[in-house]
Design a protein around this ligand. Structure first.
Ligand SMILES: Nc1ncnc2c1ncn2[C@@H]1O[C@H](COP(=O)(O)OP(=O)(O)O)[C@@H](O)[C@H]1O
Ligand SMILES: [Mg+2]
Length: 188
């Protein structure tokens, strides 16, 4: 089964293709509702209502290289397999928001996977894009912004090996702190 982090990567790649310079990934665990809700928001070119209505169909893509688009239909199927739901809203020239809900304790929920790797790789590959991550569980919150990190680093690029390594560890610590014991695959 595919990791949730890889679905998030696919959706983030749609945002960079849409020329976004801000992508915000938020992940909220709600133990009462037994849900893990992931939103990926961007300020890219957006979609008109016709394209938006067709994107959950795998035969819909505006890419020229391959004639079917799979990022969105695959994540939707993954959510629905685990008792969750999937929604996209978009406004032309404003941006797009993808909301993916998983039933946390569902037997078919994929593991979170290497989220820290995905976020640091995106931050290193797209220095002009503010990649934001926010994790929430009850009163606990963790936030990261690659734009803010870049400002703090000054001349040192986010793609520098030591920086990538440090960021990855930092984000992994945040994931463990917020979701340890909440997601069965992460021990608290
Ligand atoms: N964040 C986004 N902003 C603007 N358009 C988007 C966004 N996400 C998806 N799209 C549109 O939906 C299409 C389908 O996306 P997807 O299922 O990921 O397949 P692919 O990226 O392979 O085309 C894209 O080709 C693009 O036209
Ligand atoms: Mg895609």
């Amino acid at each position: 089964m595919r990791e949730i982090a890889l679905h998030i990567l696919d959706i983030m790649q749609n945002s960079t293709a849409a020329q976004a310079n801000m992508i915000r990934v938020s992940i909220t665990a709600d133990p009462k509702a037994d849900t893990l809700t992931i939103t990926i928001e961007d300020n890219g070119c957006g979609m008109d209502s016709e394209l938006l209505a067709s994107v959950t169909d795998p035969f819909s893509t505006t890419r020229k290289t391959r004639r079917i688009g799979l990022g969105i239909p695959l994540m939707k199927a993954s959510c629905e397999r685990s008792g969750g739901s999937f929604e996209i809203t978009s406004q032309k020239s404003i941006g797009t928001t993808v909301t993916a809900v998983y039933e946390t304790d569902h037997i078919d929920r994929p593991v979170l996977g290497d989220l820290a790797g995905v976020i640091t790789d995106m931050a290193a590959s797209w220095p002009g894009v503010d990649i934001q991550l926010r994790l929430m569980y009850q009163a606990k919150q963790f936030e990261f912004s690659s734009g803010e990190a870049a400002r703090m680093l000054g001349e040192v690029p986010l793609s520098e090996y030591s920086v990538v390594k440090w960021l990855r560890e930092y984000i992994n610590e945040g994931i463990n702190e917020i979701f340890g014991g909440v997601l069965s695959e992460i021990l608290g």
